[in-house]
Design a protein around this ligand. Structure first.
Ligand code: M6R
Length: 612
């Protein structure tokens, strides 16, 4: 949640900060602010997007080579000018930007009020900056020690960057639970919540570890633990991120770009991992844990949102091809419901961002129980890959649109490879079935290219139903998680209420909703339950419902019954989610655009949910 950017060097800080905030805006966009260290050290902040901040600042001459910037997703206090970051301490000694939640802020606030502090905002961040100042004045210590002392009193999560007025040659940063990346330049350092604001200046980065503090001067970086144990700086890593990947290019929105990128992103996911000559799938990040995986008695998949939906597809795949029992859990439920985790369980955590707080907490629990914990993540170097004992990167490239699209298909691609690989290792798959399957998997990007050509048809359907108040998405088997994903896409970007259901469950309740205003989207490829889904379509039609069906090419039966059919090519049924989800992404996109919604930055949401 919230995006953080900082700079110390010899360049003008303002353009670096404002551009960095634009790159990070997907993390939160209800207010934004910056502060640059100079004679005035003023804070500029306002409610709204980074563009609003730019307009607010326009015309002012903000000079200085050290500064911090923040784009907010509100936790404590409504989005307004006052609650926006940065926050300055009462006597002006410190200026702070913060991502995370200080859980004991209320008690600290009362304590500080008793000592004469007054608060302008409702934020936990203002409490923290004043706590730092109070300890600084009381103990007459250095700025970084004051930060250290304050953080030792804090319960909660943070990624933060601080400017200290009395020590103007440095930035102080710390992280616990919220990511921070340091960009290493020549006589300069950058700081950000992820590498996207940094990449146009340097591709050399250091990922701050959890519980670590950094003091950055132009030509020096000091790392230590919060309780003051010196750390040798982690290896400087070279990141392979193309600036073009974080631009919209010819597309109007990141979401549309990312939908259209899926042929490429899926190819990138299986690139180097499938060899037709040697007939093998190789997942390098799992080599070391292979024996334990092959002998698994149970796999627990954990994720949130779209990643949880990908996990459901994984359940079907792993049970069908590897015959291993699978349970799929929401991170938030799993972490709090005292689940039975056995020492020989394999826990696979799926996450695009690699920073989702509930998924990270699930990892901690599973590790404590002795399970083998693996990750399927998109963001290289993020917390989940670093906390797990092995895993697979999806390599889908940066996903900026808040609604997840290419991350989903990349996650399903990884799970498909994993299921095939395990099925083979467990000698459950005949060679020819296996070979046919991986051939078809490699053809999926071409099939998606074909589906994307139907974009105009999806636009027409969207125009007809953009004003609906409710949508129902129904599917069976592999199409059930796709129904859930289709419904999530629609509700999060268009604000239309939508529900996904297993088609057969319809008659146990949701059928009562059906009337002539209710579009029902069926995901109905020619699979084993095709006849049953045809009956479900009839049940909806006979109650006056509107049917939009995603079917296989040439399907005449459903064409004769549905109001609209959207065709997708045939492929192995287990690969069908990779195809059927594409028209649903496009449908949601067009409906949202026609309703005037901001698809890349839907209201109330943020790309990565680093708070509980
Ligand atoms: O980064 P993660 O995959 O862990 O994020 C999980 C969810 O927050 C995410 O999928 C969310 O539901 C998206 N907005 C869905 O489009």
């Amino acid at each position: 949640m919230c995006g953080i950017v900082g700079y110390i060097g010899n360049k003008p800080a303002y353009p670096i900060l404002i551009n960095g905030l634009k790159r990070l805006e997907y993390r939160g966009y209800d207010s934004a602010g910056i502060s640059i260290l100079n004679a005035e050290s003023k804070i500029y902040k306002c409610r709204g997007k980074v563009n609003d901040l730019e307009t607010h600042i326009n015309g002012r001459n903000i000079t200085g080579n050290i500064g911090i910037g923040h784009t907010r997703w509100a936790t404590h206090g409504v989005p307004n000018d006052v609650n926006a970051h940065p926050h300055k301490s009462q006597n002006g000694h410190f200026t702070l930007i913060h991502n995370g939640i200080i859980e004991n802020y209320s008690e600290l606030r009362t304590e500080l009020m008793d000592r004469g502090y007054e608060f302008k905002s409702e934020t936990d961040t203002e409490v923290l900056v004043n706590l730092i100042e109070h300890l600084y004045i009381k103990t007459k210590t250095s700025a970084e020690n004051a930060v250290r002392l304050a953080l030792q009193r804090v319960i909660g999560a943070y990624g933060l960057v601080i400017i200290a007025k009395d020590e103007p040659d440095k930035l102080i940063a710390a992280r616990k639970g919220s990511p921070l990346v340091i960009g290493v330049g020549n006589g300069e350092y950058f700081l950000a919540s992820d590498a996207t604001p940094i990449i146009e200046y340097t591709n050399k980065v250091i990922y701050l570890k959890d519980g670590e503090m950094a003091v950055l001067k132009r030509d020096n970086l000091d790392l230590s633990s919060i309780d003051n144990h010196k750390h040798t700086p982690s290896k400087v890593q070279t990141i392979d991120l193309d600036i073009g990947e974080i631009d919209k290019g010819e597309f109007e929105h990141f979401m549309l770009k990312e939908i259209f990128e899926q042929p490429k992103s899926i190819r990138d996911t299986f690139r180097g991992r499938i060899s037709m000559e040697k007939h093998i799938i190789s997942l390098g990040g799992l080599f070391e844990v292979m024996p334990r995986l092959v002998d698994a008695k149970r796999i627990i998949i954990v994720g949130c949102g779209t990643s949880w939906h990908a996990g459901l597809v994984g359940e079907y795949l792993l049970e069908e091809f590897a015959r291993i029992p699978v349970e799929v859990e929401y991170g938030s439920e799993f972490r709090y419901r005292n689940p039975v985790i056995l020492g020989d369980d394999i826990v696979i955590v799926i996450s695009q961002s690699g920073e989702t707080a509930d998924s990270l907490a699930a990892i901690k629990m599973a590790k404590e129980a002795g399970a083998l914990v693996l990750g399927i993540c998109n963001v290289v170097g993020s917390s989940i890959p670093r906390e797990t004992m092995g895993g697979v990167y999806t390599h889908a490239g940066p996903e900026i649109g808040v609604a997840s699209t290419k991350a989903f298909t990349a996650q399903v691609t990884v799970l498909t490879m994993l299921a095939m690989w395990l099925g083979k290792k467990r000698r459950l798959l005949k060679e020819e079935t296996y070979l046919k399957f991986i051939t078809e998997l490699q053809e999926i990007p071409d099939r998606i290219e074909d589906i994307l050509k139907n974009n105009d048809q999806l636009k027409e359907i969207a125009a007809k139903y953009k004003d609906a108040n409710n949508f129902l998405y129904l599917g069976r088997g592999y199409s059930f998680p796709v129904a859930l994903e289709g419904a999530l896409k629609l509700k999060e970007i268009s604000y239309i209420h939508a529900e996904g259901y297993p088609a057969a469950e319809m008659k146990h309740g949701p059928i009562a909703l059906i009337d002539k205003k209710m579009p029902v989207v069926f995901i109905a490829p020619k699979d084993d339950s095709y006849d049953k889904i045809v009956s479900n379509i009839q049940e909806v039609k006979s109650r006056g419902g509107i049917v939009i069906a995603v079917v296989n090419e040439g399907d005449k039966t459903i064409k004769g019954m549905a109001d609209h059919v959207i065709e997708v090519p045939e492929t192995n049924l287990a690969l069908m989610p990779l195809l059927t989800v594409i028209p649903l992404q496009l449908l949601s996109y067009h409906i949202a655009i026609m309703r005037g919604c901001n698809v890349d930055q839907p209201r109330n949401l943020a790309k990565s949910v680093t708070v509980e």
